[in-house]
Design a protein around this ligand. Structure first.
Ligand SMILES: Cc1cc2nc3c(=O)[nH]c(=O)nc-3n(C[C@H](O)[C@H](O)[C@H](O)COP(=O)(O)OP(=O)(O)OC[C@H]3O[C@@H](n4cnc5c(N)ncnc54)[C@H](O)[C@@H]3O)c2cc1C
Length: 429
C-alpha cells in the first residue's frame, strides 16, 4: 500500500516510535503521522520494565493508555535469588529490594510484545505500517523524503519531519550522525517467553540465578495465573565471536521461517536448527548451573529464542538528537547499558517531550530543536549513569545497586505535566 505524504514520519514501531505517535497525535490533533516498522507485530522478546518515571510519562501522554497496559503487569511480591549452583541466597514475599529501597510510584513489568501490541492497538487506523524497512532519507528545504523497502518494492514517503525510533542499530542515526555502530559490551543475551515449568520455585514472581559479573538469568512469571514465564540470560561473550550470535541484530529464528513462501519447509528446518544452536550456546554459557535453570533453557521452544550481543554508546557520543527536519528518540538517540532498566522509560519521556514540542511549534525544525534542548540533559544523565554502572561492574568497583542509583539520582521520581492539545490550527509546515 502506498502511504500518502504525512506531517511526521516515525521510523520504528517499538516503545519509542509508538509512544511518539500517540504523543504527536494528542499534542496536535489532525497531524498526519505514519509509523513505519520493518517487522510484522508478533510475540517477541521477554519482559521489559517501566519504572515509575516512565509510567508517569505515559500517563502524561494519555491516561487512557494505562488500563490496557496495567492488564499485562507482572509485578509480584515473591522473589527468590539462587547461587549458580542453586542454593537459595535470598527469598522475600514483599518485593525484595524494590520495596526495601522504597521506589516511589508504580512500576510496570510487561512483555515487550504486549507493550508494543497495546500501544499499536490504541493508535487510530492507518497510522502504523508494518513491512516498511527504512533505507535512507533525502532532506530538502521544505521537507524530507524517507525511502523504504516494502514487499511491493521501494516506497518514497514525503514528510515534514522524520523521527528515527529504530533502536540501537538505528539506520536513521547512521545517516544523521554517522558515528558508526555502537560499542559491544562483551555480553550475549538470550530471551524467551515460555510456559512456566510445573515445579517452579514461585507460582508468581521473580526468580534469578547468578549475580553481578557472572552469567546470570532473570525470570518473571507472566499472566494472571503465572502460567507463562519470561527468561533473560546474560553471559560474557568474546568480541571475535560476535557474528555467531547475530551481531547487533535482534534476529529471530521465526524471521527465517518465511511461512507460505517457496522453500518454506527448508527455511523452517534451517530456522529450527538455528534455534537449537542458540539454546546450545546458552546452555554452554550456563555449564554447571542449577539443573532447574538448565532445564528451563533446554526445554524452551527453539523457534522463539532471541539471541544477540549487548551494546551501548558513551554519552559524549550522543550530543545530537535532532538536526534540521530529522530527530532521534529512544535507543536510537541515547543507547545506554541495560543497567537502571530505563530504556523504555527514557523512550517514553522522549515521546512526551517530542509531542509537546510539536504541539508548540508545529511539525517544524524549531520543534525538533526544542525537543533536543529539553531531552538531551535528561536522557544524557540517565545514559551516563547506566554506562558508569557497567564500567564499575567490569572493574569490580560497583558499590550501589541499580535500583539505589535510580532512586538516589532522582530518575524514578521524575514527574511530568500532562500533554495538552495545541490550540493552534494544523497548518502545513
Ligand atoms: C523485538 C524486540 C524485543 C525486545 N525485547 C526486550 C526485552 O525483552 N527486554 C528488554 O529490556 N528490552 C527489550 N528490547 C529493547 C527495548 O525495547 C529497548 O531497549 C527500549 O525499550 C527502547 O525502545 P526503542 O523503541 O527505542 O527501541 P526498540 O525496542 O529496539 O524498537 C525499535 C523498533 O524499530 C524497528 N526498526 C529497526 N530498524 C528499522 C528499520 N530500518 N526500518 C523500520 N523499522 C526498524 C524495530 O523492528 C523495532 O520495532 C527489545 C527490542 C526489540 C526490537
Amino acid at each position: 500500500m502506498t502511504i500518502p505524504g504525512v506531517d511526521v514520519c516515525v521510523v520504528g514501531g517499538g516503545p519509542a516510535g509508538l509512544s511518539a505517535a500517540h504523543a504527536l497525535l494528542i499534542a496536535r490533533p489532525g497531524l498526519r503521522v505514519a509509523v513505519c516498522e520493518r517487522a510484522e507485530l508478533r510475540p517477541r522478546g521477554a519482559v521489559v520494565s517501566i519504572p515509575p518515571n516512565g509510567v508517569r510519562a505515559l500517563e502524561a501522554i494519555s491516561p487512557e493508555l494505562m488500563p490496557a497496559l496495567r492488564r499485562h503487569n507482572n509485578v509480584h511480591l515473591s522473589t527468590r535469588s539462587f547461587s549458580p549452583a542453586g542454593e537459595l541466597v535470598s527469598s522475600s514475599e514483599d518485593g525484595g529490594l524494590v520495596t526495601k529501597i522504597g521506589v516511589k510510584g508504580e512500576l510496570l513489568l510487561l512483555p515487550w510484545y504486549a507493550l508494543q501490541a497495546e500501544l499499536a492497538a490504541t493508535l487510530p487506523d492507518g497510522v502504523l505500517h508494518t513491512g516498511h524497512k527504512f533505507l535512507r532519507y533525502e532532506e530538502g528545504a521544505d521537507g524530507v523524503v524517507a525511502v523504504f523497502e516494502t514487499p511491493e518494492g521501494t516506497h518514497r514517503l514525503q514528510a515534514s519531519l522524520l523521527i528515527g525510533c529504530d533502536g540501537e542499530q538505528s539506520a536513521v542515526r547512521e545517516q544523521l550522525v554517522g558515528d558508526g555502530p555502537p560499542q559491544f559490551l562483551g555480553r550475549a543475551v538470550w530471551r524467551a517467553v515460555r510456559p512456566r515449568p510445573a515445579d517452579w520455585p514461585v507460582e508468581k514472581g521473580f526468580v534469578g540465578w547468578g549475580g553481578l559479573g557472572q552469567p546470570s538469568c532473570l525470570t518473571h512469571t507472566i499472566g494472571e495465573d503465572g502460567g507463562m514465564l519470561s527468561w533473560q540470560a546474560f553471559a560474557p561473550w568474546p568480541a571475535d565471536r560476535l557474528d555467531e550470535i547475530g551481531g547487533g541484530r535482534r534476529a529471530y529464528t521465526a524471521d527465517a521461517a518465511g511461512a507460505g513462501q517457496p522453500g518454506a519447509r527448508e527455511q523452517q528446518q534451517a530456522a529450527a536448527l538455528l534455534g537449537r544452536q542458540r539454546l546450545e550456546r546458552a546452555l554452554t554459557a550456563f555449564e554447571g548451573y542449577d539443573p532447574r535453570l538448565r532445564d528451563l533453557i533446554a526445554t524452551t521452544d527453539p523457534a522463539i529464542v532471541i539471541e544477540h550481543g549487548q551494546f551501548c554508546r558513551e554519552p559524549d557520543q550522543c550530543q545530537v538528537y535532532a538536526r534540521g527536519r530529522v530527530a532521534l528518540t529512544g535507543d536510537a538517540a541515547h543507547l545506554g547499558t541495560p543497567f537502571l532498566a530505563q530504556g523504555c522509560s527514557q523512550a517514553i519521556e522522549d515521546a512526551l517531550e517530542l509531542g509537546r514540542a510539536v504541539g508548540a511549534h508545529g511539525p517544524t525544525p524549531e520543534a525538533l530543536a526544542a525537543y533536543q534542548e529539553v531531552r538531551l540533559p535528561l536522557s544524557g544523565e540517565v545514559q551516563e549513569a547506566s554506562v558508569q554502572l557497567f564500567k564499575e561492574l567490569r572493574s569490580g568497583t560497583m558499590t550501589k545497586h541499580e535500583i539505589e542509583v535510580n532512586t538516589q539520582r532522582g530518575f524514578t521520581s521524575r514527574t511530568f505535566a500532562p500533554l495538552v492539545a495545541s490550540p493552534a490550527p494544523m497548518a502545513a509546515a
